[in-house]
Design a protein around this ligand. Structure first.
Ligand code: 3PY
Ligand code: MG
Length: 223
C-alpha cells in the first residue's frame, strides 16, 4: 500500500477541511498528541473527507487507542515507541482477538463501517526506539514504522533534522522497515529534509498551519 504525500492536521476543523481542495493529498494525519484536537473531533473530520485519515495518538494508553479506533480512522500513528515489548502491547491494544485484546462495541467504526484492519504505525523518534528498531519492526501486528525527525533529533542531541546523524538514523529506520516488509514513513515539514529522505510509502509533507501560512504569504506579503 502507498499512501504517498499526506497533510498533517493540527488545527483545521471540518468546515475548513471540507472547503479545501485535497487533490493530490494521499492521507490526512490528525495530530491528537500536539494538535488542538480531542478524540471526538475525529468524527466530523471523517464525515467530510474521503481521504484516508490516520490519527497520531496522544499516548499508548489502550483505552485512548480504542476510542481513537472506534471513530473509524484508517489507522493510528503511535508516538515514541521505545522497544519490542511496547510494540507488542500496542498490538494487543489495537487488534481484536485472536491477535490482540481490543474489545468491540457499538462504535462508529462498527456501525458506519471502517477499514477492516486499521494500520498500526509505530513512531521511531527516540534513541531507545532507534536502538530497538529491529525488535519493533519484528513485532507481529505492526504494519509500519514512521519517523518523527524532530523528536529524534532532540533525543540524539543533534541540532536539526537535516543533521547528518539524524538523516543516517532515518535511513536506518526506513531500511529496517523495508527488510521486515513493513510500510516506511516519516514526517518532514522541511524542504531540505525532503531532498534527503529515502523513498517512502507515506510522508507527512507539512502541517495545515504551514499550508495556510504559505497561502497567506503568497497573497499578502509585500513584493
Ligand atoms: C516528530 O518529528 O517528532 C514528530 O512527532 C512529527 O510530528
Ligand atoms: Mg514527535
Amino acid at each position: 500500500m502507498t499512501l504517498g504525500r499526506g497533510l498533517w492536521l493540527t488545527v483545521l476543523g471540518p468546515a475548513a477541511l471540507e472547503a479545501l481542495p485535497t487533490a493530490g493529498v494521499g492521507w490526512l494525519g490528525v495530530d491528537l498528541q500536539h494538535g488542538q484536537y480531542e478524540v471526538v473531533d475525529l468524527l466530523d473530520l471523517l464525515r467530510v473527507t474521503s481521504v484516508p485519515v490516520l490519527a497520531r495518538a496522544a499516548s499508548h494508553d489502550p483505552a485512548h487507542l480504542a476510542r481513537v479506533l472506534d471513530t473509524g480512522v484508517a489507522g493510528v500513528i503511535v508516538p515514541g515507541v521505545g522497544g519490542g515489548e511496547e510494540a507488542a502491547a500496542l498490538v494487543s491494544a489495537v487488534r481484536p482477538p485472536p491477535e490482540g485484546g481490543r474489545s468491540t462495541g457499538l462504535s462508529r467504526s462498527a456501525v458506519v463501517g471502517a477499514p477492516e484492519r486499521p494500520l498500526l504505525l509505530a513512531m521511531i523518534e527516540t534513541r531507545d526506539g532507534l536502538e530497538a528498531v529491529d525488535d519493533i519492526a519484528g513485532c507481529p501486528g505492526v504494519d509500519g514504522l514512521f519517523v518523527g525527525p524532530y523528536d529524534l533529533s532532540l533525543s540524539l542531541g543533534r541540532p536539526s533534522v537535516v543533521d547528518e546523524e539524524v538523516v543516517a538514523a532515518i535511513g536506518t529506520v526506513i531500511r529496517t522497515a523495508r527488510s521486515h516488509g513493513l510500510l516506511a514513513g516519516a514526517f518532514s515539514a522541511n524542504r531540505d529534509l525532503d531532498r534527503l529522505l529515502p523513498e517512502l510509502d507515506l510522508v507527512g509533507v507539512d502541517t495545515d498551519v504551514a499550508v495556510l501560512g504559505a497561502g497567506m504569504a503568497g497573497l499578502f506579503s509585500a513584493t
